[in-house]
Structures are given as C-alpha cells and as structure tokens.
Design a protein around this ligand. Structure first.
Ligand code: NI
Length: 266
C-alpha cells in the first residue's frame, strides 16, 4: 500500500518502536519503513507503561499494530491479579494483535526465575481468555519454556518464538507444538549457526522481525536498528533458503497476517 515498487510488502513483526532511541525521529523512522516496503510494524511492549506507549503509536499510525505484555526482565514488577487486570484492559483495543513479549530469560536473570514463571503463566492465561497469540522471549531457558508452553496449553492460541537462535532440533520442537519462529539481523552475522536452522524449517513457520533498536543487520551493525532493515533480513533468508527474495517476502507476509489476524483487523 505504501513504498517503492521494487519490493514486495513486508511486515516487521517485532519492533520496539516506543524505545527512547526513536524519540528524536520516530516519524522519519516509520516513513523510511514504508519507503522500504514495510507496510506493517508490530510495536512490542516490555512492561505495562510500554504497553500504553505502543497502544498510542498504534492509535496514531494506520501501519502500526501493538503487542502488550511484560518482558521477563520486568517480571519482578508483576503483581498478580492487579497487573493481570490492567493487562486485560490494555489488550482490548482492536489493534492489539498479541500478548508480548513474555517469556523466560536465564541469561540476564534481571528478575527472579519464580517471578518470570508467574508472570508468564498469568499472561498466557490472559492470551487464552482473549484469544490472542503470544510473542515469546526465551534466552537460555529451553527446557523450562517448552515445559511451561505445554503445561499452560499455550498452543491453543499459538504464537512465535521471537529472535530464534536455537538448534534445528529446537526449531523442530517449537514447530511441532504449533508455534512459529521469527528471525532477524542475527542471520547476517558470521558464525551465527542459523543457516542449518532456516534451511530446513517449513516455509509457513517463519516470520521476519528486526527486534529494533537492537540486533542491527550487517553491514549496519553497531548502529541503531530500525524496521526498514527487515528487508535485509528477508534478503539473507532468501539467500540461505536458495529462493527469490520476493518469495520470502510473500510467504512471511502471509504467515504474519494469518498468525496476528491482521487482515481481519485492518
Ligand atoms: Ni524484543
């Protein structure tokens, strides 16, 4: 609907568009995304305040949708029923397309692991009540996150393991559970070990994201990332899978549209 004619449409399914990194030029960043063929951006919250901000961005931009939720780093602030009631309200507007990002992070351990688990369980419950997919952050917590996903019956709503950086076997387990994997600029890093993963996953299980402002793809690594760079991720994925970039763009666009119900909500 917007942007240059040389690209197929693309969706950045994971952008921290409310980050203070964009305070000086957020509108220009969104315009550059449109110009690069990115017609939809899902703005991802990290806590309840951030959820308010991504909702405001979705309200003021037709191309922006929102995921609301509390990241495992912030799980220590999760107050059970009080937080759950607030998140339920935040998740009601029609442009909220997912609960996220939620999960477990045993690498940084910014919140106690018991708090991370509690926040995750409560948020999956809300996702199931509201029939919204979940966006999962997992770092060095494979066994526990897979166990929790099964125990909470999160497959009922499905979702995505964002910033996927596991093994081909991890990818297989996720896809068998009915979840997608999402890939980003890590694909462009040397020795990231992702080639074997993305060569073998089914085309209908992959999403594209930037995770901006983090994980800037080569050759812009070291600078701030932004949604326009999702086209670089698409190009690298096409190269690794040995297909035309337009095919990747078309397939991942369809996957994201279907998972997040974008067509029916637009
Ligand atoms: Ni994120």
């Amino acid at each position: 609907m917007l942007g240059s004619t040389s690209c197929s449409p693309m969706i950045d399914t994971h952008a921290h568009l409310d980050s203070p990194d964009y305070d000086a030029d957020r509108e220009a960043v969104i315009e550059r995304a449109h110009a690069a063929g990115v017609h939809t951006i899902i703005a991802i919250a990290t806590d309840l305040e951030s959820s308010d901000r991504v909702l405001a961005l979705a309200d003021s931009h037709p191309s922006v949708y929102a995921a609301v939720g509390v990241h495992p780093h912030e799980a220590k602030a999760w107050e059970g029923a009080t937080s759950a009631a607030r998140l339920r309200e935040l998740a009601k507007p029609p442009k909220v397309v997912a609960i996220g990002e939620i999960g477990l992070d045993y690498f940084r351990d910014h919140s106690p692991r018991a708090a991370q688990e509690r926040a995750f369980r409560d948020q999956v419950q809300i996702a199931r009540e509201l029939e919204l997919p979940i966006i999962i952050h997992n770092r060095e917590a494979w066994e526990d996150i897979l166990h929790l996903v099964e125990e909470t019956d999160a497959a009922q709503v499905g979702g995505v393991f964002h910033c996927f950086a596991g093994s081909p076997e991890d990818a297989r387990r996720i896809i068998d559970l009915g979840f997608h994997i999402s890939v980003n600029g890590i694909l462009t890093y040397k020795n990231a070990g992702m080639a074997a993963v993305v060569q073998h996953v089914p085309a209908d299980s992959i999403l594209l994201e930037t995770d901006c402002p983090y994980l800037t793809p080569h050759p812009y690594r070291g600078r701030r990332n932004e949604p326009a760079h999702v086209s670089i991720v698409a190009g690298r994925l096409a190269e690794l899978r040995g297909v035309d970039p337009t095919q990747i763009e078309r397939e991942t666009d369809a996957n994201a549209t279907s998972l997040f119900g974008l067509a029916v909500r637009a």
